[in-house]
Design a protein around this ligand. Sequence first.
Ligand SMILES: NC(=O)c1ccc[n+]([C@@H]2O[C@H](COP(=O)([O-])OP(=O)(O)OC[C@H]3O[C@@H](n4cnc5c(N)ncnc54)[C@H](O)[C@@H]3O)[C@@H](O)[C@H]2O)c1
Length: 447
Amino acid sequence: MGTEEQSGQKTAASKIAPATGKLGVMVVGLGAVATTMIAGVEAVRRGLAKPIGSLTQMGTIRLGKRTDNKSPLIKDFVPLADLNDIVFTGWDIFEDNVYESAAHAKVLDKDLLEQLKPYLETIKPLPAVFDQYYVKRLHGTHVKQGKTKRDLANQVMDDIKAFQKTVDRVVVIWAASTEIFIEPTAVHQSIEAFEAGLENNDIGISSSQIYAYAALSLGVPFANGAPNLTVDFPAMVALSKKNSAPICGRDFKTGQTFMKTVLAPALKARMLGVSGWFSTNILGNRDGEVLDDPQSFKTKEESKLGSLEYIFQPDLYPDLYKDIYHKIRINYYPPRGDDKEAWDNIDIFGWLGYPMQIKVNFLCRDSILAAPIALDLILFMDLAKRTPSLQSIGIQEWLSFYLKAPQTAEGLYPEHDLFIQSMKLKNTLRHIMGVDLITHLGLEYYD
Ligand SMILES: NC(=O)c1ccc[n+]([C@@H]2O[C@H](COP(=O)([O-])OP(=O)(O)OC[C@H]3O[C@@H](n4cnc5c(N)ncnc54)[C@H](O)[C@@H]3O)[C@@H](O)[C@H]2O)c1
C-alpha cells in the first residue's frame, strides 16, 4: 500500500468515532433468540465457547491484491465495540429474567446455563409495550399502562434515557414476537402524521413501531429482526435521517431463506430453469406458536416469499422463471421445540427443458443461527452510528446480508443474493475505512 493510500485510509478511518466505553444493548423481547445471544456473548467473554457464525467476531476481510496476503479480522480492521464492553438490558411482556427465559426456551444446555446463571439472572426485563391486537397468541402480564400510544412512547424513551446514563452508547434491536400483517396507511407517511397517530391511538401503529419511534427520536439506532412493519415506512425513514439514527430490517435470515438465497443465485448463474419451489417447516418454540396464528403467519410469509422473485428476475428471464410455483408452509409442532426442520423441494429444468429435482432437508437450530446475526447487527449498527458517511443515511442497506426482506430506499429493489450481499457489506467496510474496493476483476495479475 502506497503512502497516499495509507493517508487516505487514515483520513476516512479517523473520522469514525472510536468504540470506547460501554455499548448498551436494549433488546425488545427476551425470548429464545435474545437469550441465546446474551448467554452466548457471556460464554464467549468467559472463554467457554467460540462465537461461531458471527462475521464480526470470526470473519476476515481481504485488503489489496491477492498477492498482498493481507486479510485481517474484521474486528481488527473496523473499530467495533469489544464484547467485554457490551451491557445488556431489554423489555418483555413476561417478568422472567434472562436465565429463566433461556431455561424456558431450552436452546442451550443446562450445564452451560448453570455456569452463566449468576450473570443471566441479573438481566431483568423492563415492562413492555404490548397490545394483544398485534400478537394474538400471547397474553402479556408485564406491560406498561398508558392512555395513548404517545404516553407509551414517552415511557420507552424514559427507559432508554435512564439506561443511557449508565453506558456510553445505545442500540435497540427487536427480537420480539412477530406481529400481525399491517399495510402502511396515511399515518405512516410522515413524522407529523405518525405523531398525530400516537396521540389518537391509530390502529396502524403497532407496539414495535412505538419502540422504534422512541429509539429514533433519541437518535438511537434500531434494527428489526422480525418480519413486522416497524421501521420500513416513510415516517421512520425520515425520523432516522433527521436524528442520525441508523435503521435496518427486516427478519433475521437464518435457515431456509439463507439456503434459498444461496441456491437460487447458483441456479440463475447457470441459467437453469425453475418450475416450482415448495418449502415447508416444522417448529415448536414460542415463535412457532405465534406463527400458528394466520395473521402473524401472513407477516412471515410475505417476508419469506420475496427473495425468489427478486433473485430470479422473471421479467428478464421469462423462459426460465416466469411460471415458478412458490409455496411456503410453517407448521407449529411442539415436540421439536427450537430444533426446526425445513424441507425444500425444488423442481428445476435444464438443457432442452429436461426436468430434475433438488431436495434440501435442513435440521437446524433456529436460535443458534439467529443469535450471531443479532450480535453482528448490533455491533454494525453501533459502527454505523459512529461513522459520518453512514449515520444520517437512514436505511443501512449494506446489512441486507443478515435479513430476509432487506429494507431499501424507496423504488429500489432489494439484493437477496447472499454473495452480492456479502460483497456489499465488505466493500462498505473498505469504503468507510478509505481503502480500495475489491471488484474481483483481477486482470492486473496477468499484465
Ligand atoms: N429464531 C430464528 O431463527 C428467527 C429467524 C428470523 C426471525 N426471527 C424472529 O425473531 C423474533 C424472536 O424469535 P424467538 O424465537 O426469540 O421468539 P420467542 O417467542 O422465543 O421470543 C419473543 C419474545 O418477545 C416477547 N414479546 C412479544 N411481544 C413483545 C413486546 N411487544 N414487547 C416486548 N417483548 C415482547 C415474548 O414474550 C417473547 O419472550 C420472532 O419475531 C421471530 O419470527 C427468529
